[in-house]
Design a protein around this ligand. Sequence first.
Ligand SMILES: [Zn+2]
Ligand SMILES: [Zn+2]
Length: 393
Amino acid sequence: MHLKDLKINEIAGKTFPCKCGITHDPGLEIIDISKNGIVSAIDFVLKKAKGRIIVICDPNTFKIAGKQVYDSLKEKHEDTEYYIIPERNGLAVVPNESFIGETMIRMPLDIDFFVAVGSGVVNDITRNISYHFGKKYCVIGTAPSMDGYASITSALIIKNLKESCPGQIPIGIFADIEILKNAPFKMLTAGMGDVLAKYNAVREWQFARDLNGEHYCKEIADLIWCAADKCAACAKQLKDRDEAVVKNIMEALILSGMAMGMYSNTRPGSGAEHHIVHYWDVEFIKKGQEHPLHGNSVGVALCVICKLFDIVKDKLPVKVIEIDTGKIIRILKSAGCETDPKALGIPKDTFRDSILYGQIMSKTKYTILTHLSRNNMPLLMEIADRLTREYYE
Ligand SMILES: [Zn+2]
Ligand SMILES: [Zn+2]
């Protein structure tokens, strides 16, 4: 039996003693991404909640699904409340200390079970708050836009910097496929970008294994790689909001989060492309501007890192996995994803600096950027200039 051969539901709720020496535990009980997703979420919450239930949404997700979830729960479980995280001056909700603090203050007492209705931000805020309350939570996803659903940590913004903060894994992840496929198109492309980045995450994981003897799990790496393959194979149909493709993306995103959880490290799901994106995001946040959606940036940064590997792969001390850069770009374009940092509004200087200094966004993860900055800074500078010219001139 190999993890990659199991359906996502067969992975949830079990533990897997593995040849790599780790017993992999996804830490969640149920996943249902289907037309029936919300109904099965309601049944699950009613079984789990012993006391007060709180449904947390933002104004948009309340309209899309939150109200329906609240009404259905309230009908069968009187002690149910909801909270809509309010926008401020028309600006979207962000997972920073201010929004989290206010949400915490507004929480009623004696909550027994939390239900997040939304995607990245609502999930991150609910994860963090339920963790501090010491209560369990589940999430009803509204967009297949990022791989944080099954994650144990939340990427929160504290004092204008992104920080990975403690949290907990939801015990259930649900989504109504009709809602997912009708999400704003940029959220669908974001999901595709975040999924395809797993190719580079695995490449760099192997690179660190072969170069530094880093621990590696073939089961987890294969699981992630196959999930990306499944999405790449049907990328073209994303533009039609094809149900099967949207389901594949959502499941691949959840699997990616589960893989990182089962490995207790983000190694399986992110590499240098994520560090470049974190560098971009911080620059936007410092200027008080909204940054592009995570996965859309990740898709672009994946193209950048693939080009970088093409330049350096023959100069590296170990052989790395061959990923066809042209094919990655074609897949992203066929799905309607951006592939150029200019199109995302990344300033030229920020772009160049992100290649030179992206590695500082992680102290522990050894990527191609870490390797070049430690061993061949002149080459890294040459590459940064070359790629900047290629995209911006
Ligand atoms: Zn393993
Ligand atoms: Zn990501």
